[in-house]
Design a protein around this ligand. Structure first.
Ligand code: FAD
Length: 361
């Protein structure tokens, strides 16, 4: 089903029902007579109802045939039956783009999200040390010592303050002198295991279905809302009309039916099947599959903080420094899972250090 059909046919059916209820007097206790009239006018326009308040379909929901030249006139669609639209499992997908974080108009960095940290790195130049994994974070009488390895050699750096930006999943396994309150908070946090499966393909979704970016959702199967709240098929939003593109089929968490797939081959097969369901005959066009599991990337060990209750619980412990160790990362913000949260928390940590230094000189 197309999103415009789902949204506008649902609106039409609901508007018709509400108009019926108002006209039969079922809402007389709730709505004044003046507002009843105003409500009917509103519903007619909101649901694209006929003058007798009946919904018989709307151009907003798309057309069976587009208008053309000569004899070719447009042909409307029959509305989807309301019964089919009441499938609760598919509404989270339909409403996804109405979430505040996904509303139009969205910008994206050309070349992908990681162009943002790359741009920071370029500005910072030699300040950034690459290939130096941190092994220990130690407190010293007047500051902090960070122990790391560089090409196999153990080295250390001392400073008055440290802003620790390791993900908590990594910090958990890093030796440190962190206080018991912080260690306990870290241990309460779990990360989701996000994954993506990507393929190279002819852009059949653009060429045949007029899909330019955006998401398709399935309600059953390993790559569906049934398996994880996010699982979906994601179309590229750049390079439109070029010959080939990268199709992400699926993007979700390694949970539910998906997590029980026994092998990489089974995951790729499930991904191909999902695309085949959405675009019959096109599953076979997918080539060069790639699987990324954030839980297995040693410097991530998970995709994002899991679960309810985080901000009411462990979160509070990371907002204040542990002696001279400050914390920054998306997990120190109310924008967990967004780079914006990481950037804002870094600014906050630096501001706290500046204030502390000013107060002590
Ligand atoms: C699949 C997926 C899709 C996402 N999509 C978006 C999106 O579209 N837009 C958006 O804004 N956000 C997105 N996010 C979220 C975004 O990636 C995070 O919010 C952001 O990266 C968090 O920044 P951070 O600095 O807190 O942590 P990170 O980006 O994880 O930075 C931590 C850094 O520490 C390094 N590190 C780890 N261990 C060590 C060690 N031992 N020694 C030295 N360095 C170490 C890591 O290499 C990394 O560079 C997505 C995340 C995932 C997983």
């Amino acid at each position: 089903m197309e999103e415009r059909e789902v949204i506008n046919d649902t609106r039409g059916h609901v508007a018709e029902l509400l108009a019926k209820a108002i006209r039969q007097g079922a809402l007389d206790q709730e709505v004044t007579s003046e507002d009843r009239e105003r409500m009917l006018v509103f519903l007619q326009s909101f649901g694209d109802l006929r003058s007798d308040y009946v919904y018989v379909g709307s151009r907003r929901a798309g057309l069976k045939r587009l208008p053309g030249a000569g004899e070719v006139d447009e042909e409307g669609r029959e509305p989807l039956p309301m019964r089919a639209l009441l499938d609760a499992s598919f509404w989270p997908g339909v409403m996804f783009e109405e979430g505040l974080d996904y509303q139009a108009t969205m910008f994206q960095p050309t070349g992908g999200m990681d162009r943002i940290p790359h741009a920071f790195a370029q500005k910072l130049g030699k300040v950034v040390k690459y290939g130096c994994p941190v092994r220990e974070i130690r407190k010293t009488p007047n500051g902090v010592r960070v122990v790391y390895t560089e090409r196999g050699a153990v080295r250390s750096l001392e400073a008055s303050y440290c802003v620790c930006t390791l993900p908590l999943s990594v910090l958990k396994a890093t030796q440190s002198d962190l206080s018991p309150r912080v260690v306990s908070a870290i241990n309460q946090v779990a990360y989701d295991a996000g994954y993506k499966i990507a393929w190279e393909s002819r852009r059949f979704w653009e060429q045949e279905n007029n899909i330019y970016g955006g998401i398709s959702w399935l309600s059953t199967g390993p790559i569906s809302l049934e398996s994880s709240v996010l699982a979906n098929v994601w179309y590229p939003s750049g390079g439109m009309l070029s010959e080939k593109g990268v199709l992400v089929a699926g993007y979700g968490t390694e949970s539910g039916e998906f997590s029980r797939l026994p092998s990489m081959e089974a995951k790729f097969a499930a991904s191909r099947t999902a695309v085949e369901k959405l675009h019959p005959g096109r599953g076979k066009e997918l080539t060069k599959p790639l699987y990324v599991s954030w839980a297995k990337i040693p410097f991530n060990l998970g995709s994002w903080i899991r679960g309810e209750g985080y901000h009411e619980g462990p979160y509070k412990e990371f907002l204040n420094p542990d002696d001279r160790i400050y914390f920054a990362g998306d997990y120190c913000s109310h924008l967990t899972t967004w780079q914006e949260g990481a950037a804002l928390s870094a600014q906050r940590a630096v501001e706290m250090i500046v204030r502390r230094v000013r107060e002590t000189v």
